[in-house]
Design a protein around this ligand. Structure first.
Ligand SMILES: Nc1ncnc2c1ncn2[C@@H]1O[C@H](COP(=O)(O)OP(=O)(O)O)[C@@H](O)[C@H]1O
Ligand SMILES: [Mg+2]
Length: 226
């Protein structure tokens, strides 16, 4: 069976910094995969390339067999809205909007009407334990609250793939495990594929499989679906 997500020899530099130098992986539909490795190894860059946010300098990214790196920006944006949910490492919420509006807007991009989007947004905030955050803007949320809201936004649209970059990074371990557990149970219930970027081995242990990134390359046993 062909993988749902694939990276082949992906390289990406920022100026003189070579963030990725030949990273390759395959992820099957419904897999929960941890992408781990030390800080600065290129995990976030790889996630952004897989999600079609960054275009690699060289190599290939595929989603369902389609070359994501060859799509124009509008098409990549549409793909993200329709098929992906992304929880960014640093914020990623729209600062001018309340938490509820941040979630609702994602649903409206998917075609939901305002009233229905607002209602569903509230429901998702409740599921991640962030009801209290609904009327607050990101600037008034704690790091942990912001990540719960970002998680609600990523899950609410019913994505095929959730990309989560250090989703528990700003939480203490109990709250972190709770939010992570919620992400994984939601994903497993819906057959959602999860790419979970983390530098924390304990978090990687929750995944079905771990892919290690070092110095911009995937290492160890072949980073392919079993
Ligand atoms: N937008 C950027 N501009 C310049 N350098 C960047 C940028 N993003 C990442 N880098 C650099 O690329 C390398 C890999 O970064 P990153 O992918 O964020 O690693 P990780 O997520 O594993 O900590 C680091 O040296 C980082 O400083
Ligand atoms: Mg990172």
């Amino acid at each position: 069976m062909s993988p749902l997500l694939e990276a082949r020899d992906v390289s990406k530099s920022f100026g003189r910094t070579r963030a990725l130098r030949g990273a390759s992986l395959e992820i099957g539909a419904g897999e929960v995969v941890a992408v781990s490795g030390p800080s600065g190894s290129g995990k976030s860059t790889l996630l952004h390339c897989l999600a079609g946010i960054l275009v690699p300098d060289a190599g290939e990214i595929r989603y369902g067999g389609t070359r994501v790196d060859e799509l124009d920006e509008d098409t990549r944006t549409r793909l993200r809205r329709e098929a992906f949910g992304v929880v960014f490492q640093f914020g990623g919420l729209v600062p001018e909007l309340t938490a509820q509006e941040n979630v609702a807007v994602a649903l409206m991009f998917g075609g939901a009407r305002r009233a229905e989007a607002s209602r569903a947004a509230m429901e998702w905030l409740g599921r991640v334990g962030a009801d209290d955050c609904a009327p607050l803007r990101p600037g008034d949320l704690s790091g942990g609250q912001a990540q719960r809201v970002a998680m609600a936004r990523a899950l609410a649209t019913g994505p095929k793939v959730v990309f989560a970059d250090e989703p528990t990074g700003a939480l203490d371990s109990v709250a972190g495990e709770e939010v992570l557990g919620l992400l994984l149970s939601t994903a497993r219930e819906h057959g959602t594929t999860v790419v979970l970027v983390t530098h924390d081995n304990r978090i990687a242990a929750f995944a079905d499989r771990e892919i290690v990134v070092r110095d911009g390359a995937t290492t160890g046993s072949p980073a392919v679906a079993r």
